[in-house]
Design a protein around this ligand. Sequence first.
Ligand SMILES: [Ca+2]
Length: 397
Amino acid sequence: MKLITLKLRALKPSTLKLSTLSLALCLVVSSPAICAEAVSATLSVKTEAGNIQVKTLAEGLENVWGMAFLPDGSMLVTERAGRMRIVSATGKVGEPLSGLPPIFAKGQGGLLDVVLAPDFASSKKIYFSYSEPGEGDLSDLNSTAVSFATLNGNKLENLTRVFSQQPKINSGHHFGSRLVWAPDGTLFITLGDRYSEKDSAQTLDNHLGKVVRINADGSVPKDNPFVNTAGTLPEIWSYGHRNMQGAAINPVSKVLWTGEHGPQGGDELNIDQAAKNYGWPVITYGENYGGGKIGEGTHKAGMEQPVYKWVPSIATAGFMFYTGDKFPQWQNNILLASLKEKTLVRLVLDGDQIIKEERLLKTELGQRLRSVVQGPDGLIYLVTDEAKSKIYQLSPQ
Ligand SMILES: [Ca+2]
């Protein structure tokens, strides 16, 4: 199989579409078993820092949102429609896990991010975010919630909710929500402004347009910035955000970075620090959809500037800092999934400044990219946000 793949690669240009390559592979070989393997054919892609291989690892998924590696190299994968599955290290897609809570799966809502607990090896706990429908008289409302459960084979047990965004809103938009463990064991949750409630991002009596920080059991850390401020919700870490679908801890500074969708224009990366106001919707580099000014401009005293921005928008989704040993030339670079531009963005840092941007896979995949995760093997795994979602594995060539 390897010999055949290599032979085909020598015959084909680097930008060859996977489907064409798969077909060519099936024509070259006669064995049906090898034809079935053709979905894992490898695409060779040039980058400014060496060539990479892009392999289709898994198919048969729908609108994947989050992914987290289990210790054995298999992956927990969320589908926005409200399913969580385990995909094996070789790409075999498992049946949906049982035991999820009720989920509002409409518009941008559904089952969203998933992470392992820091003590997963002993506790078997996983944490996940989702759009939570209201109960009783509030059944037409929803908001982002986070629960943990223990993973037992194909079952989620001991389901426990640790956070529920307040207030609930009748909306299918802007749920956030990435989950990131801080080095001190607290959990950051990024939360959207719910679109229709954007002004609430500037007030501290609600969780809309905020980053919140909680302890693993859902309690409020005593050193959260607003715990002693009357009239504020104590979970709040930072505010003035729009819709953050990306977040990661910078491995050098150990500080949280968040990525958020701007309106029309003005996607942002922010260095997300306690008590700071990131400006939305008072300052922005974007405008209303179809045109029209939002807020007061791009700068204002007391409001933070993004560390990096995209005008026009690329629709920033999940991102990571690369810390593995397989791509030494990408060490501590940011890799960021773009939905609208359908590219993997590589950002090079000098300290806390972005000094270079490269857009990878700009033409080769042609799919909305939702998230990017580093595997325990140091390889990079990309998931697409499509009705027929895939998981791609990136390795050096
Ligand atoms: Ca901002």
